[in-house]
Design a protein around this ligand. Structure first.
Ligand code: SF4
Length: 222
C-alpha cells in the first residue's frame, strides 16, 4: 500500500498527552473537512500533477501542496537514512484516516516504533489496537462531514479546539454518548488567542479537563 505524503520531519510533539516527546511526524496529503482556521490548508487537495520524488519533499523549505508516494517499508528506510532517533511516530494530515493505516502502523510497531494518529474523527479509524488515537473533533465544518461515534469511542484522547462557549457546548454534546472513563479530555485554544486560552483554562478547571497549548508554536518550531 502506498501513502501520499506531504512531509516527514523529526521534532518535539507539542500537543496533548505526548507533549515534549521527540517524534517523527508523517503528514499525509488530503483532507475534505474544510476547517476555516486550518493551519495545514496545503494538505487539502491531492493534485496528481503535484506528485514529486521523495528528495523534493524532504527538501521543502516551506509548506507546499507537493506530495510523494511512500510505502510503510520506504518510510522505515527513510527514518533510518535521516538518522531520526525518535521512536514515537505521529501520523497526521490532512486527514490521515482517509487511508487504511493498519499496514503502516503494523510495520512501524514491528520495527519498535510507537504510533499516534491525529484525526478529526470524521472517517473510520483503521489502526491496530496498540496505536494511540487522538481525536480532535471538527464539528459543522464546511465539508459537511460528521464526527463519528465510532471515532470518539476509539479515541485514547479527545483534544477539542476552542475559541468560544459554543465549542464547549459542542464537546459536551459529543461526549453525551461516549464513555469517557478511560479517555483524556483536552481543550486546545485555537490559534493561541489570549481570549481562547482564558476560556479553555476556565472550562478545564470547571470540568477537570486538561489544557493543550501547542507548545511548538510558542517555541517557534515545526
Ligand atoms: S481536519 Fe485538520 S487538516 Fe482537515 S481542514 Fe480541519 S484542521 Fe485542517
Amino acid at each position: 500500500m502506498l501513502y501520499k505524503v506531504n512531509e516527514i520531519f523529526e521534532t518535539i510533539q507539542g500537543e496533548g498527552s505526548f507533549t515534549g516527546v521527540p517524534a517523527i511526524f508523517v503528514r499525509l496529503q488530503g483532507c475534505p473537512v474544510g476547517c476555516a482556521w486550518c493551519d495545514t490548508k496545503h494538505t487539502w487537495l491531492v493534485n496528481p500533477e503535484l506528485e514529486v520524488k521523495l528528495d523534493k519533499v524532504m527538501a521543502k523549505a516551506a509548506d507546499t501542496e507537493q506530495w510523494t508516494s511512500l510505502s510503510a517499508e520506504q518510510m522505515l528506510t527513510l527514518f533510518e537514512s535521516e538518522g531520526y532517533q525518535a521512536r514515537h511516530v505521529v501520523i497526521t494530515g490532512g486527514e490521515p484516516c482517509m487511508y487504511d493505516l493498519k499496514p503502516l502502523c503494523n510495520t512501524l510497531h514491528n520495527a519498535g516504533y510507537q504510533t499516534q494518529i491525529e484525526t478529526s474523527g470524521t472517517f473510520e479509524i483503521l489502526v491496530p489496537p496498540e496505536s494511540w488515537v487522538t481525536v480532535s473533533p471538527k464539528v459543522n465544518m464546511k465539508g459537511g462531514y460528521k464526527v463519528l461515534q465510532s471515532a470518539l469511542d476509539r479515541a485514547d484522547e479527545i483534544k477539542h479546539p476552542v475559541a468560544m462557549d459554543k465549542h464547549i457546548e459542542q464537546l459536551l454534546q459529543l461526549l453525551n454518548d461516549t464513555d469517557t472513563g478511560n479517555k483524556l479530555i483536552y481543550l486546545q485554544p485555537i490559534s493561541q488567542q489570549a481570549k481562547a486560552t482564558a476560556l479553555a483554562i476556565a472550562y478545564c478547571k470547571k470540568y477537570n479537563w486538561r489544557l493543550s497549548v501547542q507548545v511548538h508554536k510558542y517555541l517557534g518550531i515545526e
